[in-house]
Design a protein around this ligand. Structure first.
Ligand SMILES: Cc1cc2nc3c(=O)[nH]c(=O)nc-3n(C[C@H](O)[C@H](O)[C@H](O)COP(=O)(O)OP(=O)(O)OC[C@H]3O[C@@H](n4cnc5c(N)ncnc54)[C@H](O)[C@@H]3O)c2cc1C
Length: 216
């Protein structure tokens, strides 16, 4: 979901003639689903209308089903292989990000289907697709850290760092970190403010959230 605001942000910097470029989001739904935070039964809080995040930044959207993308190469999970600019291998004008794409992110490891990778991939893909269109330098995405924070219910959570998953924090403090991710980081700004939305789409990489000490 970060790809389109990021493309809009780059266009905002370049300021081409309005008729020169259009960003159109095609989605089978007219809302963006945030994964559930607390196993909610009422999903209205985790369903964000596309209009709320796209209209303020001038991005058009239509409800339709994408029938097929025909990549020359896929990984074993069926994901499109993309280079460090999020450009699909063998498809000159296709960029991909998130769960549908696979990129070697630190020279060794491939991206994992998770918000940790999907969000920066989207921000870089949007930036780069516009840069490519206007023959401007693209930004390579490199992420050197990897964490997992597993929610274990009432007991708390398990927070590990590194690809060999060294334990970093457990219990209530790890749970607080999980909640920073699930309740703050994965949400786009919901202020309908153009500047908030474009700022959140900057092609940057957030550091891993720090473990917090729960208040007594
Ligand atoms: C229940 C659940 C819990 C999760 N928990 C975690 C977690 O704790 N930590 C973590 O890091 N990750 C978690 N994930 C994974 C994380 O949510 C995904 O990695 C992330 O959402 C991927 O973002 P995305 O933009 O690539 O895809 P999505 O957010 O899935 O967005 C894809 C969009 O494409 C649209 N679409 C799909 N196919 C078509 C089509 N053919 N035509 C038109 N539109 C289409 C969909 O409607 C959707 O809007 C969880 C996922 C689930 C389902």
């Amino acid at each position: 979901m970060t790809t389109r605001p990021s493309a809009a942000r780059k266009i905002d910097q370049i300021c081409p003639a309005a008729s020169e470029v259009e960003i159109l989001v095609v989605d089978r739904n007219d809302y963006h689903n945030i994964r559930v935070r607390n196993y909610e039964v009422d999903l209205s809080d985790v369903t964000i209308p596309l209009a709320d995040v796209l209209d303020p930044i001038g991005v058009n959207h239509m409800r339709a089903e994408v029938q097929a993308v025909d990549p020359s190469e896929r990984d074993r999970h069926g994901r499109l292989l993309v280079d460090r600019f999020m450009r699909a291998t063998g498809l000159r004008h296709v960029f991909a990000a998130g769960d549908v794409a696979s990129s070697v992110i630190d020279g060794i490891h491939s991206t994992v289907m998770s918000c940790q990778f999907a969000r920066p991939m989207g921000r870089f893909a949007g930036h780069n697709v516009v840069a490519d269109l206007f023959s401007l330098p693209m930004l390579p995405l490199q992420i050197d850290s990897y964490v997992t924070v597993l929610d274990l219910g009432a007991w708390g959570a398990l927070y590990t760092v590194g690809w060999d998953r060294q334990v970093h924090a457990v219990g209530a403090s790890a749970k607080m970190t999980k909640q920073i991710i699930n309740r703050e980081r994965i949400y786009p700004p919901r202020t309908r403010s153009r500047s908030d939305l474009l700022a959140a789409a900057a092609p940057t990489i957030q550091g891993p959230p720090t473990a917090r000490t729960p208040q007594a």
